[in-house]
Design a protein around this ligand. Sequence first.
Ligand code: AHR
Length: 505
Amino acid sequence: MAKDFSFMQKTRIILDPAYTIAQVDSRIFGGFLEHLGRGVYGGVYHPQASSADENGFRKDVLGALHGLNLTAMRYPGGNFASGYHWMNGIGPKDQRPTVRELAWQSIEPNQFGTDEFIKMAHLMGWTPTITVNLGTGTPEEARNWVEYCNSPVGTRYADLRAKNGSEDPYQVKLWFLGNELDGPWQLGHVPADRYAILAQQAAKMMKDTDPSIETIACGSSTMSSPTYMEWDRTVLEYIGSYADYVSLHRYIENPNNDTADYLAATNSIDQRIEHMDAVCRIVQAKTCSKKRHFLCFDEWNVWYRTRSAEHTNGRGKFAPQLIEEHYNLEDTLVVAGFLNSFVRHANSVKIANIAQIVNVIAPILTRGDQILLQSIYYPFAMFSRRRDGIAIQPVVIGPAYDSPSYGRVNYIDTSAILGNGVLHTFLINRNLSEAAEVEIDHAGGKIESVKSAEVISGSDPTASNTFENPTTICSGPLQTIKVSEGKASVRLPPLSVAAVTFKVS
Ligand code: AHR
């Protein structure tokens, strides 16, 4: 029997085009590919798969990734990067060493390296971005990698690139100065002042090699770290303009199986961003600098089911099954919440990378020759297709609830992007059992009609896609929208994520 939603309270969203935040940087729709578990081997690269192309790249996986409309790709880690020596991954494949990889305790045969990554990035239209090894590596090794990728032929490492097949430089413009070096789990973890010196030395040599590159300093990797924010201040003050961005990571969890509380985690995403931006601004003020460091949210997702050693220790195997989360409906709302938060903070968050892309905490899973699109695939695709324009500051007036972990949140979480004659709106209904009526008022402008509208919803927050039932959670058309007198009203099902693009004047 159809449920009667007539008692629901309305939410009013005011989107005034005069209240702009900033242009949405398309790089917030980046991905992350790490040599971890079955991310590379058995994920994007699998010469034995029936869908492999002449490079050994899985065409089915790349086809699915294409649907995510990713702009940039971070490689090769993650924790892996802190023990990776890039020279092991270039040259004739039969001469590359197989090594014991320590971050994930796995076997790394180095069959996929810089040249394969760049080839894949070019094929996919991704902007390649690279994390250098500042754990067990040296600033000089990092600088040599920049030469390999970006310098014209005529010097040692650039000539090596040409020998390996590409006379043309790869033009890698964005470089990460290590990964999570504030964390004791990281290979080569050091205190903030030591990391700051190392990162400054590396960045200087890297920028001396190619002055056109931008760099990202490691920020605090978790809010629970004892050096949270102090690490960031120390590093940014010391490194100054040798870094252009600072990185932040966040994985959300639902350990108590409390959906309402979990969905309120958007508050902590906003908070994480605002803390980091506050540090950047303090450093800018303290150092009287013209330079403001912007934020690079280079690892974000839901991750908590596969945190134990069973899921994180490869036990000396090649391509072991590590951190393969199976995502459900409630996770799609959290993923959409991250994206809403990035759009709302378009003035500070310039880069973001969903962690990761295939098998490893990923929107896509492979099983032999099969692939599965997980529930979280859909919100990402819905947003990334609607990314061009300026973020508008939303005013939300409507019912709210108190969550034990994150405080008070509106039932409706939202963000909006004003494009050329179009207004993209993103709406999450956190109500577990009731639909929501949402009025959208484009104050100072006029909503003319609906251009496109999609929704993801379901009644069971734990429902997920499986290889047997692959389409339990996916996006479909949203029809419950009315436009009249320049405004729109949208009825959102309970537990849903919607993306609605309006034609506006
Ligand atoms: O994305 C998985 C891991 O999470 C990354 O390797 C690391 O940077 C983070 O701790």
